[in-house]
Design a protein. Structure first.
Lengths: 327, 343
């Protein structure tokens, strides 16, 4: 196991006693060289989770462990310098995540510069090397981000994140802002770099079919909670949690024959507000299979009764003993 | 399919050319696009950013500031009347009346300082001369028609109280207020989550069944196309490179770009076939290539493609591709032509 969160929680205070439960008690362990895909709709807390994991958000509660070491709840500048070499992030929007006043060479080389102990010539060579590795040209180092297309900027963002040779990278919707043909270019590049560098990835996205394609395991978040996790194919083809079933059932396929006969999977209403969430299953208000117990008891993330590696937070799959015990 | 009597298309766009004057020179954003849509049918115009799909429809709707933009050639016939040359686009006859439009980002398309019901009512006051009270009553009916619960109360709220999906429903209510014969939906679900996307697409299909309007759906998402379209037009570098029924275009893609788009998507089957990205990037439309716009990225490019712009060549009945591979004297054994995906 390389990275582990134990009960990671991030709340944002809105004042007047109101609290946004962005991430609530999420425990997730990621093995070395594993790719975990994290899916969920907007507001599910998947990006907040990724940011809290690498220290960009302070933690309200819970713990993040990296290679056995517990990371601080609040990062000081020195913590960033120490941990940045191990954990990096690739951001969603290649337009706003690159400083428009810095050249591409400065952006990519900044990590090494802050890391210290590298001469300017070494940094320049490393930047040229990384430009080539991500499919750009060494001459691009002196250009500014606005001179590049979205796909090229995302390549810059990848080089920037990987130049310190991190072991773990959080990819926060790295392809959502890109065109279809460019998405495939970036996914292939990430796959090649993952293989050659032995990276461990948390791949956050809302494109379910792409997440299945890149991930070993797939985790589903709803309203700040982790509700299902298992092998990517299990979760994609045999979803268990009613929300996962609806989420995957809503995902259209590029095939008119299946799409035309797809029956609408109605889900009542939209996700409720994540402010001041009470007890019970967070999906209870919209769940087509809601039971009494769902409104009273928060379902824990448990393995299925038949065993296996999949875990689901749903009373439908809880062993009867556990239900009767709690009622 | 071809035996059916040919109906007159509701909207028929022919050889549309749109240019923009910029500091960097003239951008030839649309270079001869032709498409049409019949009553009760959905045409999907699919392509990537910068291919000219939005500019095509915005120009015929009069939504592009001229200058810097201008339509240099082409016609757009709405029920047989040219709305480009006829200058009636500027008036109230077409825009918002006979053609309704739904935009990508409902948050920024609605006026934040005006109640949602009043914004819908305004359309009816302007185009139909309804009184304020009558228009407001109709606005509530329209909100109910797009399945907004508690429509009466919702009509008196401002856009910020609506979620993204609800706002898009309100936009659709506004677009259909005057019972247009064509609804143009420009990336209507791109800003929405998948579960909300499914609801909005179902709503559009339901409204079309009820009132028989033609829909022009502009999207980059092939899955949305598969779900909604009767006909598909694939756009690349300002041109429509392939046209046909949805089944034809998905089952037997005839243009290498369409094939490339399919290959760039992860397969939904249980085995994991590799992704095949299209290498390179689209051509510079300041100086568009003289030959095929896809030449530089095409795996099947021939010498003729570099210098000569391909014609719209027939592939099957009602299915054409702007690609020399479909010329009568093209090499018969070409893999792109032989490629047949059976769904």
């Amino acid at each position: 196991m390389l990275v582990e969160t134990i009960g990671l929680t991030k709340h944002f205070a809105l004042g007047r006693g109101r609290t946004v439960h962005a991430v609530d008690d999420v425990s997730l362990a990621i093995d070395e060289r594993e790719v975990v895909g994290l899916v969920g709709e907007s507001g599910s807390g998947k990006s907040t989770f990724g940011r809290a994991l690498v220290g960009l958000h302070s933690k309200t509660a819970g713990e993040v462990r990296f290679a056995g070491e517990s990371l601080p709840a609040n990062y000081a500048a020195a913590d960033f310098r120490r941990h940045a070499a191990n954990m990096q992030m690739i951001f969603q929007d290649p337009y706003s995540s690159l400083n428009p006043r810095m050249t591409v060479g400065e952006i990519i080389g900044e990590g090494l510069r802050l890391d210290g102990g590298h001469t300017r010539a070494q940094i320049r060579n490393a930047v040229a090397d990384w430009l080539a590795r991500v499919g750009l040209e060494p001459g691009h180092a002196s250009r500014y981000p606005h001179e590049f297309s979205g796909g090229q900027r995302q390549r810059v963002g990848i080089a920037r994140a990987l130049i310190l040779k991190p072991r773990f990278v959080v990819c926060d919707e790295p392809i959502s802002a890109l065109d279809v043909s460019v998405q495939a270019q970036i996914v292939r590049l990430l796959g090649e770099l993952k293989a050659s560098l032995g990276l461990t990835l948390l791949f956050i996205a809302h494109d379910l079919s792409m997440v299945r394609y890149v991930s070993d395991r797939m985790a589903v978040m709803y309203l700040g909670s982790l509700i299902e996790i298992g092998s990517a194919d299990d979760v994609y083809f045999r979803p268990k949690h009613p929300y996962t079933q609806i989420l995957i059932g809503s995902n259209p396929e590029p095939n008119p024959r299946t799409e035309r006969h797809r029956k609408a999977l109605a889900v009542a209403g939209e996700a409720p507000s994540p402010v001041n969430i009470g007890v019970g299953c967070r999906f209870a208000s919209r769940c087509p299979e809601v039971m009494d117990v769902c409104r009273r008891v928060t379902p824990p993330l448990l393995p299925l009764p038949e065993g296996g590696t999949r875990r689901v937070a749903c009373h439908l799959y809880t062993a009867p003993a556990a239900v009767s015990e709690s009622t | 399919m071809s035996a059916l009597p040919k109906t007159e298309p509701v909207l028929d766009v022919r050889d549309l050319h749109v240019e923009f004057t910029t500091y960097g020179g003239i951008v030839k954003a649309v270079r001869g696009a032709s498409f049409s849509v019949d009553a009760g049918k959905t045409l999907a115009i699919v392509g990537e950013s910068g291919c000219g799909k939005s500019v095509s429809v915005q120009s015929i709707m009069g939504l592009i500031p001229m200058p810097p933009g201008r339509i240099t050639r082409g016609t757009a016939l709405l029920h047989g009347t040219d709305i480009v040359r006829g200058k009636i686009v500027d008036g109230d006859d077409v825009r918002g009346n006979r053609i309704g439009m739904v935009f990508q980002d409902p948050m920024s398309s609605l006026n934040p300082t005006m109640k949602v019901g009043d914004q819908i009512a305004e359309t009816l006051e302007v185009h139909r001369g309804y009184s304020r009270a009558k228009a407001r009553a109709r606005a509530v009916e329209l909100l109910a028609q797009v399945h907004i619960p508690e429509a009466e109360e919702r009509a008196t709220q401002y856009p910020f109280s609506f979620s993204g999906g609800m706002l898009q429903r309100a936009m659709i209510a506004m677009a259909i207020a005057c019972e247009p014969s064509v609804l143009i939906a420009d990336e209507p679900t791109t800003a929405l989550d998948v579960t909300i996307q499914a609801e909005i697409l179902d709503l559009l299909a339901e409204l079309q069944r009820k009132n028989g309007m033609a829909i022009v759906l502009i999207t980059h998402d092939l899955a949305v196309v598969a779900r909604m379209a009767d006909e598909v037009a694939v756009m690349y570098a300002g041109e429509i490179v392939e046209r046909g029924t949805a089944l034809e275009v998905f089952d037997q893609p005839a243009h290498p770009y369409t094939l490339g788009l399919r290959g760039a998507l992860p397969s939904r089957s249980t085995e994991r076939a590799g992704l095949n990205p299209i290498e390179g990037s689209p051509p510079d439309l300041f100086a568009p290539p003289t030959g095929c716009g896809y030449f530089a990225r095409c795996a099947h490019a021939m010498r003729v493609c570099e210098q000569h712009r391909p014609e719209q060549l027939a592939v099957a009945a009602g299915h054409t591709a702007r690609c020399w591979l479909h010329a009568p004297d093209a090499p018969r054994t070409h893999p792109a032509i032989q490629h047949r995906v059976r769904g």
